[in-house]
Write a protein that binds this ligand. Sequence first.
Ligand SMILES: [Fe+2]
Ligand SMILES: [Fe+2]
Length: 261
Amino acid sequence: MDRRSFLSNMSAATVASIAGAATFSEKADALEEAMSVELDKRIATPWFCNIEPTPDPIPGDTRNYYQHNDPRLPVMPKAPTLIDFYKLRFAPANHVLQSARLAKINGFDEKIVMACLLHDICVGNLIRTDHGYWCAQMVKPYVEEEVSWAIEKHQALRFFPDLSVGYEYPDSYIRFFGADYKPEPYLVQAHEEAKNHRWYMTSRLVTLNDLYSFEEGVVVDIDDFTDIIGRNFKQPKEGLGFDNSPVAHMWRSMIWPNNFL
Ligand SMILES: [Fe+2]
Ligand SMILES: [Fe+2]
């Protein structure tokens, strides 16, 4: 963010919150908070484009580019499992872990829990836009077709209420996108088609557990899902990224997100 332009364009509310802070440290916190809100509002690029391109030099690392292992990220095992990705790349992954926990508490089938666990994994690490489609594609070779279908369709279903299960249009979307936002025609069409599909409710339940999944102070451990993952995710023995599947490159992109080419 250009700090100078941010400082000269601060809103009255931001100025007041910084001015109202009693100590220097509280003022710094207020400024940081305001900048983070501003950043969230304006930038929603894929995460692998967001890794700092010119980091401080790492002593002893004379490479021009961090091709292969980036020293700012934990090294992944040679044959990474899904759980390795949760621990070494997705962490803290609170959103998907809390969604899966909620689905489990609500007594939903393991397929729903698995879909909730996977439904947004590309958002924090790979790409945000059209994330339902990306996430579904990433996991398709390794899960039941119903699970990847449900993940893909949640992209559209989030925007359409289903009062039969108590799903309403999210208030947060009004704040994010404005009250007059209308989902694009491809989402309208995807929703119409999904409504008549035999797996509709699987995807709808992903959106239902998604919406109410943010709980302050609840920390969920991926190890709590080891058994469910074992039964519902076909872990390739070569490791995710190295099994020559059509989506291996997506997993490698998360292992080495800063490769020059
Ligand atoms: Fe999502
Ligand atoms: Fe979500």
